[in-house]
Design a binder for this molecule. Structure first.
Ligand code: NAP
Ligand code: MG
Length: 401
């Protein structure tokens, strides 16, 4: 077949360790034979981040703003041990954090569903996509211990430093603790817009829960902002797409999620998202089967895998040993980005190719050919799962593609 032509380049962000190896193989075996791949390449591998004083990460994020679609490989977030291992100039920040700061986005995570790998919740037939607000609340909180007899207040001051309001939190009859949290309307608005756009694009209903009955100003603000933006900008489009937006209390949402068959976008405040994303990911089986996309309110997209660089497998690989590393989430980063590029540039063949590649991956696993991490999870009548090495799996997919 002639290779599919692209118009606008993808922003390609390479990464580290085992996922960097998979990255190269995925391109070689599954993409380049079929697509005349156009990318603007940024090497976010740790040595290059160190060499450029991490400027490469900012450049890659800015390129995403320019072109609109990026695909990112997992990268090392350095800690003290990595500083030594890579002889780094300093302990560079998390690349994902830097990219999120520049793009100002919301992270959407969705499980990749295949027959044979059943979620721990038997009723979940379709993906539950989780959107986590990644700003504020306890993650930027101020806390203190308070002694018996002391008092704590919330004091708000104007620009001139003069007190605007003062509320007593508590006259402490005995020793205790106090916490101050905040959020910004602007951040909540961009979170809401990203969620509404994602729901529309994927034609799934949006559920959002908070605790506005108890938190009558703080959580209520979240509820109001979601409702205002929905009524003003999205209601008509949602109705046209046959989907809906529902706000209810967070505990009610949790109960509804457990009873649901999936197929919803669940928007979570920062802490709820932190906790619930681990629950949802675990319930669906494996981090290797979790796709992730950062969507900015301006409509920029950065596709990645939800897992890390799989260090333990990389060290085996370096020793020349065989590895069986799951490449599915990284393939999904590529198919997500290619399909989005095809959609934006009006190249239906590219969108179609991405769907076919995803289908080939699913067919391969459903036929019993998979990487080691999935073997203990797989149960399908008449099929004994076969463990493939990292590269073998890609070839098995290619033969179906
Ligand atoms: P990890 O790379 O996700 O791996 C943790 C363990 O989970 C692996 O050792 C492996 O278990 C299993 N695993 C994860 N992905 C797998 C896959 N695709 N196929 C098969 N097994 C898989 O997390 P980590 O070891 O905590 O972090 C390693 C590095 O990744 C760190 O430097 C961290 O900073 C970075 N990281 C990057 C991102 C990102 O860029 N988005 C996210 C998280 C972590 P077994 O060893 O038991 O096989
Ligand atoms: Mg968590």
């Amino acid at each position: 077949m002639p290779r599919i032509e692209m118009k606008t380049p993808l922003v390609e962000m390479d990464g580290d360790e085992m996922t960097r190896i998979l990255w190269k193989w995925i391109k070689e075996i599954l993409i380049e034979p079929y697509v005349d791949l156009k990318t603007e390449y940024y090497d976010l591998g740790l040595p290059e981040r160190d060499r450029t004083d991490d400027k490469i990460t900012e450049d890659a994020a800015n390129a995403t703003k320019k072109y609109g679609v990026a695909v990112k490989c997992a990268t090392i977030t350095p800690n003290a041990q990595r500083v030594e291992e890579y002889h780094l100039k300093k302990m560079w920040k998390s690349p994902n954090g830097t990219i999120r700061r520049i793009l100002d986005g919301t992270v959407f995570r969705a499980p990749i569903i295949v027959k044979g790998i059943t979620p721990y919740v038997p009723g979940w037939k379709k993906p539950i996509v989780l959107a986590r607000h990644a700003y504020g609340d306890i993650y930027n909180s101020v806390e203190a211990r308070v002694n018996a007899g002391e008092s704590a207040y919330i004091v708000v001051c104007g620009k001139d430093g003069k007190e605007v309001s003062r509320q007593l939190i508590k006259d402490f009859p005995s020793d205790g603790i106090v916490q101050g949290v905040h959020n910004l309307d602007k951040s909540i608005e961009s979170f809401a817009v990203s969620c509404f756009n994602y729901a529309l694009e994927n034609k799934i209903p949006l559920w959002f829960g908070a605790k506005d009955t108890i938190s009558k100003t703080y959580d209520h603000r979240f509820k109001d902002i979601f409702n205002e933006i929905y009524e003003r900008d999205y209601k008509a489009r949602f109705e046209e797409a046959g989907i809906y937006f529902m706000y209810t209390l967070i505990d009610d949402i949790v109960a509804r999620i457990m009873r649901s068959e999936g197929g919803v976008l669940w928007a979570c405040k920062n802490y709820d998202g932190d906790v619930m994303s681990d629950m949802v990911a675990t319930a669906y089986g494996s981090l290797g089967m979790m796709s992730s996309v950062l969507v900015s309110p301006e409509g920029n997209y950065e596709y990645e895998a939800a897992h890390g660089t799989v260090t333990r497998h990389y060290y085996k690989y370096l020793k020349g040993e065989e590895t069986s590393t799951n490449s599915v989430a990284t393939i999904w980063a590529w198919t997500g980005a290619l399909a989005k590029r095809g959609e934006l540039d009006g190249i239906p063949e590219l969108v179609d190719f991405a769907k076919r590649l995803e289908r080939a991956v699913i067919d391969t696993i459903e036929a019993g050919e998979m990487t080691g991490d999935l073997i203990p999870l797989f149960r399908r009548d008449g099929i004994t799962p076969k463990k493939l090495e990292s590269r073998e799996f890609l070839h098995a997919v290619a033969s179906r593609l």
